[in-house]
Design a protein around this ligand. Structure first.
Ligand code: SF4
Length: 435
């Protein structure tokens, strides 16, 4: 059954529901459709997508943490029209299983190998496997500098070099750090093993995920460092890419159209939605630097040091009807008032409700809107056990007190995530609710 076949009075708020283009998901501000691009497009094409978002939706656009473009505020009648018009644009759209590669795959001088041929082979072989979980994902990572190591994958293949030979480490479930090692194989064997794993998962039913096959497997003993997309990237062909993004992954289509128009004026040839709610624009160094300055002046995140990039905030109130707090307003104040706390060692999660759309994983500190208060949660997901409950009006003041505690307690060389963990929930609670 597609989302459109559901009773609209019964919004599908399950975690795991996939808001694909042909099966948009009901959210608090209407249907949400994903435009799953598999390659870069021209800035003019992105501007055209934005115009469709304004015509058929409420004009709000998300770039998700996995780098998916999402169009919000669609209705039951406008969603099929959007789909038809997007398909008529002849964009590189994904059909079938999500087999993802890093956004600079094939363009990074430092990657061990271009992962795209392996990803293509897996995508082709998986085409006939029916019954996989809707959000099943395979990541194929050539181990460059900009990796997908922080994203959760059911099956992950990471290139490794051993005795001058390129092998693929296959991990099941979790991020690259938390996944379990299934095997390390040559390319042909890695494709066969991945297809067998997918067939096994399909045979277990559409709820089965990679982690279900991981029990008893060893932990991953090596995870390469990754860089932020929000910087200027020198590419192997002598050109550049610059990473920019809307604050908290969401903006009005009009802002993106202005950015795309500037990119076109600068003769920037291509743009690709990418991880961490970013957009990578490809062009000359001068064009990329000029576009970055334009984006900075227009409120986009342009640097890894921007504290807004260290906050995961969902749509929240008022756009999402499940949200009880104005997540973006709280997050904007937090970024300006608590920049020291937001040092990049963790994502502060500001969630409109316990569903935790913006951050499925645990994090060091979460503010979660509840029907009559805000829960504070440490080292857990939004649905985790709170260490304190506060009034809505005290949210930012409480966060300032917690930031001040971390500032005064931080040891030399200690980052905010480690300091929060060391302080622990009891003392965090005392700081949150003084007296
Ligand atoms: S987590 Fe945020 S976006 Fe998701 S349902 Fe709750 S309020 Fe809405």
């Amino acid at each position: 059954m597609t989302a459109l076949a559901r009773d609209p009075a019964e919004p599908d708020m399950r975690r795991g529901a996939c808001p694909a283009l042909s099966a948009p998901m009901m959210t608090g501000d209407g249907l949400l459709a994903r435009v799953p691009l598999t390659a870069s497009i021209a800035p003019e094409q992105l501007a055209d997508l934005c115009r469709l978002a304004m015509r058929h939706g409420n004009g709000m656009i998300d770039i998700s943490a996995r780098g998916n473009l999402q169009i919000r505020g669609l209705s039951e009648t406008s969603a099929p029209r959007l789909e038809a018009e997007v398909r008529a644009m002849d964009l590189p759209l994904r059909d079938g299983l999500a087999v993802e590669v890093p956004p600079l795959a094939g363009d990074e001088a430092t990657e061990i190998v271009d992962p795209r041929p392996l990803a293509d082979a897996i995508r082709d072989r998986a085409r006939d496997i029916k019954g996989l979980a809707p959000k099943m994902s395979v990541i194929v990572d050539g181990a460059g500098r900009l990796t997908l190591s922080g994203l959760i994958a059911d099956i992950r293949l990471v290139a490794v070099e051993a005795d001058s030979e390129i092998l693929w480490k296959i991990l099941l479930g979790g991020t690259e750090a938390s996944g379990r090692v299934f095997n390390v194989l040559r390319e042909t064997e890695a494709i066969e093993a991945t297809v067998s794993l997918l067939e096994k998962l399909a045979s277990l039913g559409s709820d089965a995920r990679g982690r279900d096959l991981a029990s008893g497997l060893p932990a991953n003993d090596f995870t390469a460092a990754t860089i932020s997309p929000f910087t200027l990237h020198a590419l192997s062909n002598g050109t550049f890419a610059t990473g920019l993004g809307p604050a908290f992954g969401q903006t009005h289509a009009g802002n993106l159209i202005a950015l795309c128009n500037e990119a076109t004026r600068l003769e920037i040839s291509a743009v690709k939605p990418a991880l961490d709610h970013s957009l990578l624009f490809f062009g000359s160094e001068t064009a990329c630097r000029t576009l970055t300055a334009f984006a900075d002046g227009n409120g986009f995140v342009t640097s890894a040091a921007d504290p807004r990039g260290h906050i995961a905030a969902c749509t929240g109130h008022p756009a999402c009807r499940s949200g009880t707090i104005a997540t973006h307003e709280i997050a904007t104040r937090a970024a300006s008032e608590c920049a020291d706390l937001l040092d990049g060692s963790f994502k502060l999660h500001v969630s409109g409700c316990t569903k935790g759309c913006a951050r499925p994983q645990a994090t060091a500190l979460t503010l979660c809107g509840m029907p009559d208060h805000v829960s504070l949660i440490a080292s857990a997901k939004a649905s985790g056990q709170p260490f304190a409950s506060i009034a809505f009006a005290d949210t930012n003041a409480t966060l300032r007190r917690l930031a001040a505690l971390v500032g005064s307690e931080r040891r030399s060389g200690e980052n905010s995530a480690a300091c929060l963990a060391r302080i622990g929930p009891d003392r965090l609670c005392q700081a949150a609710i003084p007296g």
